[in-house]
Ligand binder design. Structure first.
Ligand SMILES: C[S@@+](CC[C@H](N)C(=O)[O-])C[C@H]1O[C@@H](n2cnc3c(N)ncnc32)[C@H](O)[C@@H]1O
Length: 473
């Protein structure tokens, strides 16, 4: 479905064409490149490498079938296309140019149902590119430019705007409303060893051939836009849109705020993963590396929100992302916890000595909305604020239902923790840092989506980092 044939309205001047194009070369660690060359053959790997540096020309959408149907979402998207609200709402889709003005036809050619059996909940939305851009500068006029970071550019190529933190350099005298050409700074080899970007944040660009990095930017233009603030503001304020993109080398829908909770932008392999797991309603599933929750929510939907999906991630903020997504999608069977997956399984002999190996005992208490019932310090604690004592129920079988009295000081600490919310180590009410892990056989299915090189996420503008290849779970 990808198309990389350049499209252009009118032939631009040769020099301008060469300058405002997008033809990045993906850089690898030499030994990694050699490994792939041997594995795939040089030509094949060169094609893979080139494809990775370009965004996919379609977006894959998974429909939340508990909230809507694939047909209903398709109609809503077509409606947006036909009403021509897409440029405002679905940023970047082209309607009028594609089918000679017949808008119903145009919509149909942009939104497709996935043709594969078992993936009836998936829609593809077509984008376009690469487009050749014309800055339209006068010979005696310096082009106003903005250089952005690689991560920023990867997002812009997928339909985002340029946000303040992503801007590295900008021409002098850029004012709000000015037209700017946007390019990306990518790591270059450095003399000693390794890679460096070489542009410090705040650099002033002259737009001249004498500019440092002028040559480097050739073929790395990702679009043009209107400055949403002046140069000085860009480097003064902490956030906000710096450049509203008006022309892009790739036009892809961003779906920001579109049909929230009804759809989720997800690559096809991730949708397939949840299918392959084949979760059933009523089951208990462990998702060990779950954030941001793409597969977790796909699993919960396949289970019709019946049963329990325990979603773990070692990052507190990412656990919050899972909970936010679950709530947007109205999924109540997802319980998310901050927990290191390496500590999520109790050793078999330990579990056996506790007589727990074959039952479904909890490593983490089920979170609760009840402000007087939360899990603190690994114990389920019921508190009566007026009382001086607290009943503590241990969460493992050994101590199940055993009771003890605790001091007022401990009670006050517990209450404070409950009132102040879960805190960094205590998402969803489960204080999991002291968890001994779940018992073997306490889940029907387990998904381990371990951190990886993320090379499948296109576009990828640099692949020279070593941590990709020696990352440990
Ligand atoms: C590939 S992403 C998971 C994507 C997710 N399954 C989805 O489909 O949306 C890997 C996640 O694993 C988390 N992670 C890495 N090491 C972990 C560990 N030891 N325990 C738990 N989570 C971990 C990272 O924080 C990251 O969010």
């Amino acid at each position: 479905m990808d198309s990389h044939s350049p499209t252009s309205a009118a032939p631009p001047a040769a020099a301008e064409t060469a300058r405002y194009t997008y033809s990045p070369r993906l850089r690898w660690q030499p030994e990694v490149e050699e490994y792939f060359n041997t594995a795939y053959g040089r030509d094949h790997f060169a094609r893979i490498s080139e494809a990775l540096a370009h965004p996919s020309c379609y977006s894959c959408i998974r429909v939340n079938t508990l909230k809507s149907s694939t047909d209903a979402v398709m109609h809503k998207l077509l409606d947006l296309v036909c009403k021509n609200e897409l440029s405002a709402v679905i940023n970047g889709l082209e309607v009028v140019e594609l089918n000679g003005g017949d808008q119903s036809q145009e919509g149909c050619s942009l939104v497709h149902k996935c043709p594969y059996a078992g993936l009836e909940n998936v829609l593809f939305v077509q984008g376009s590119g690469p487009h050749v851009l014309h800055y339209g500068s006068q010979p005696d006029q310096a082009v106003k430019e903005v250089v952005v970071s690689r991560k920023c550019a990867e997002s812009v190529l997928r339909g985002a705007q340029v946000y303040v933190p992503g801007v590295l350099a900008c021409s002098s005298h850029v004012e709000k409303g000015d037209k700017v050409a946007v390019s990306v700074a990518i790591e270059q080899p450095v003399k000693e060893d390794g890679w460096a970007v070489g542009i410090t944040r705040g650099t002033v660009l002259q737009g001249l051939q004498s500019d440092a990095h002028y040559e480097e930017r050739k073929g790395l233009y990702i679009g043009q836009g209107t400055a949403a603030m002046s140069r000085s503001a860009i480097f003064r304020v902490p956030h906000g849109i710096a450049v509203e993109m008006t022309e892009r080398v790739y036009k892809l829908p961003s779906f920001n705020d579109v049909l929230e909770g009804e759809i989720f932008l997800q690559n096809l392999p991730s949708v397939v993963t949840a299918r392959v797991l084949d979760p059933q309603s009523g089951e208990r599933i462990l998702d060990m590396c779950a954030a941001p929750g793409g597969k977790t929510t796909a699993i919960a939907i396949l289970m019709r929100d019946e049963g329990e999906v325990v979603a773990l991630d070692r990052s507190h903020n990412k656990v919050m992302d899972i909970l936010k997504l679950a709530s947007e999608m109205d999924l109540s069977c997802i319980k998310a916890y901050k927990l290191d997956a390496l500590k999520s399984v109790r050793k078999t002999d330990e579990a056996r000595s506790l007589g727990m190996a074959d039952n479904h005992s909890e490593a983490i208490e089920t979170p609760t909305e009840d402000p007087c019932h939360a899990t603190v310090g690994g114990r389920s604690t019921s508190v009566d604020e007026d009382s001086s004592t607290t009943t503590v129920v241990f969460s493992d079988n050994k101590n199940l239902n055993s009771k003890r009295y605790i001091s007022k000081a401990e009670l006050r600490k517990n209450l404070r923790q409950m009132k102040n919310g879960p805190g960094r180590n205590n998402c969803s009410g489960g204080r999991v840092e002291k968890s001994k892990g779940f018992c073997p056989n306490s889940f029907d299915r387990v998904l381990l989506d371990a951190p990886c090189s993320a090379l499948g996420l296109r576009p990828r503008l640099f692949a020279g980092e070593t941590h990709y290849y020696d990352r440990k779970l």
